[in-house]
Write a protein of this length. Structure first.
Length: 114
């Protein structure tokens, strides 16, 4: 499975961005998907997950501000990020857990200026 993430960029605090991650493969609807992030000098951390049944979970730090969703027809998972804060600055990685294994995409950089 290959994952292609896009949508990162520079945004002012309080602004919004939407990340997208498109997966290869025929069985996307069966994949659990997630977004992780890694800020400079910090460990990679979970941001949000959405399972094959579209149940979602969020890190406490993003609850109420970020929304993860999926479009199985497009093999794509989204992360809508609102009310962005400088602390959200990080490289964001798409992740999938499948029956064949776990896969990571290349990250996309999100920079939030104060």
């Amino acid at each position: 499975v290959q994952l292609q993430a896009s949508g990162g960029g520079l945004v002012q605090a309080g602004g919004s961005l939407t990340l997208s991650c498109t997966a290869s493969g025929t069985f996307f609807s069966t994949y659990d998907m997630g977004w992780y992030r890694q800020a400079p000098g910090k460990q990679r951390e979970l941001v949000a997950t959405i399972n094959y049944g579209s149940s979602t979970e969020y890190a406490d730090s993003v609850k109420g501000r970020f929304t993860i969703s999926r479009d199985n027809a497009k093999n794509t998972v989204y992360l809508q990020m609102n009310s962005l804060k400088p602390d959200d600055t990080a490289v964001y990685y798409c992740y999938t857990r499948t029956l064949a294994g776990n896969y990571w995409g290349l990250g996309t950089l999100v920079t939030v200026s104060s």
